[in-house]
Design a protein. Structure first.
Length: 234
């Protein structure tokens, strides 16, 4: 399920208030608090050893599935992606590499500093929102420094802007809600990582849309020895 797309559709129908309530439910379903049920289903079908139910720990945050997802794409999936022409393949592979690596490095840094553990609701809301905004800015600056055409950076941003706005709404929701209160803010941090996991997944699904919207704007541009064909080349 694409959680970000789901929330956008829901938001259009019945408004932000209900969206945030539903977001809490979905985040709960993705949280470790829902895993005892999921574990029982897994045990039934796979007969795996019963996992000990527990609260969110430092290890759950530091080793969140989002980081495995990023590594899987960076090292396995992105190098094999193709996008129409050799030039577009090189550019969009580089775009995605920067996108995923920036999220990973900045969030890892935030977690390792451990300041979030001492924050109250207002502080963690401010810091998580700032973290996400800073990630996007650093990512876009790095893309431009690596000669990713500005039109690609802008078109991707415009394509994802509604979903990024909703992401900020969800961050506010988990930060302010007492439902996510726990020792050292571990549940809030874990839920934040769940949201970012969905954001990354959603970005992959929107790449093809942006590629199809770009016509002649890349003609003649080059990267790593590959040149985007012009109309005269066809």
């Amino acid at each position: 399920m694409d959680y970000i797309d789901f929330f956008i559709k829901f938001k259009e129908i019945i408004g932000l208030g209900a969206t945030i309530l539903t977001a809490s439910i979905i985040a709960f379903l993705r949280s470790k608090m829902f895993q005892p049920f999921m574990n029982s289903v897994v045990r039934f079908f796979s007969k795996k050893k019963k996992r000990n139910n527990k609260e969110i720990t430092d290890s759950d945050v530091k080793n969140h599935d989002m980081f495995n997802y990023i590594d899987f794409w960076v090292y396995n999936q992105i190098p094999s992606l193709t996008f129409g022409t050799d030039y577009r393949t090189v550019v969009f592979r580089k775009y995605l590499q920067i996108y995923f690596r920036t999220y990973k490095s900045e969030i890892k840094k935030f977690i390792n500093e451990k300041d979030y553990k001492k924050m109250d609701n207002s502080e963690i809301k401010k810091n998580l929102l700032t973290l996400h905004t800073d990630i996007i800015k650093k990512m876009e600056d790095t893309m431009r420094e690596n000669n990713i055409p500005n039109i690609i950076v802008v078109k991707m941003k415009n394509t994802l802007i509604e979903k990024m706005d909703l992401t900020m709404d969800l961050i506010i929701s988990i930060s302010e809600s007492n439902f996510y209160n726990s020792g050292d803010n571990l549940l809030k941090m874990y839920s934040f990582l769940n949201i970012i996991h969905s954001v990354l997944d959603n970005t992959i699904s929107n790449i093809e849309k942006v590629i199809n919207e770009i016509n002649g704007e890349l003609s003649g541009l080059s990267m790593d020895g590959y040149v985007e064909p012009t109309k005269d080349d066809h």
